[in-house]
Design a protein. Sequence first.
Length: 302
Amino acid sequence: MGKSSDDRPRTHDWLRPIFFVVLFGLVVAHAVAPSAVTLDTPVVILLGLCALVAIAPLLESAELLGIGNWQFKKRVAEAEETQHEVERESIEQAEEASLRRGSLPDAGPFGFEGALALFQIPDSLRDLIPSDPKLALAGLRLEVEQGLRDALEFLASHQGVSISESARSSPIRALEIIREATNRQLLSETQERLLQLLLDLCSQAVHGRKVEPIDASRVFDIADTLNRSFTLGYSLNYSPNPGAEDEGLVCEYEHCIENMPITLESTDRSCPFWGHDCPGGIELVSKCDVASQTQSWEPARA
């Protein structure tokens, strides 16, 4: 895989040492021979500009005068704009799914939305927000990365999806994992963008950015929106849902069944109700009785 845009050398990366050398050289020359090297107003202004360019990386990451905190808040606001786009998109998708499938069960406050979630957010992380928002966001990033890896590992083992070794072995390559999922059209472009922003915000906290509890709470809200953005049948969470029956769902894999392959002719992997390959495998299909519970059914095949 070629280098990403983040890996390529940027112009200002090699200009900074040049400016620093120029700045240092003028100062030394003036100290050694002040009569030969005078520092008039234009030269002082030039030195000031060189100094700003040279120390820009320090200023960028500094918390001086709240600069770092302001930058983080600005980034959160950008992510919230995408968050609203994802919310609108998910509402439209849910309406379309309702038209295709007749009606959707009411998830309720603690219903099948948990099964749709790409990643889990333990209450212990939310409890950390008031006292240690940075640690809370660090834990959130780990949960997001784990959810992405679990999804692609399932696709690799059940659908032959090719995953690069770097994506498989290194948790910091989460963005590569996102691209691979998006190439399979399992994530919308808006969801991908929100995932990138979410991971970036968490990474900033991990690398020392000042974070206030209220801003960490906003990031957790963004994560919740992302988890809720998956429509019933199209979740990237392929784990069985133990509460499916109580939630009025047909089976424990209804939340992700639409992402599974479907063939013109039934196979020993085909779900007897939906027609798609069952995420639970052949063994589960052999003892599945959901079709017998429905009097009339005709699967829609591609």
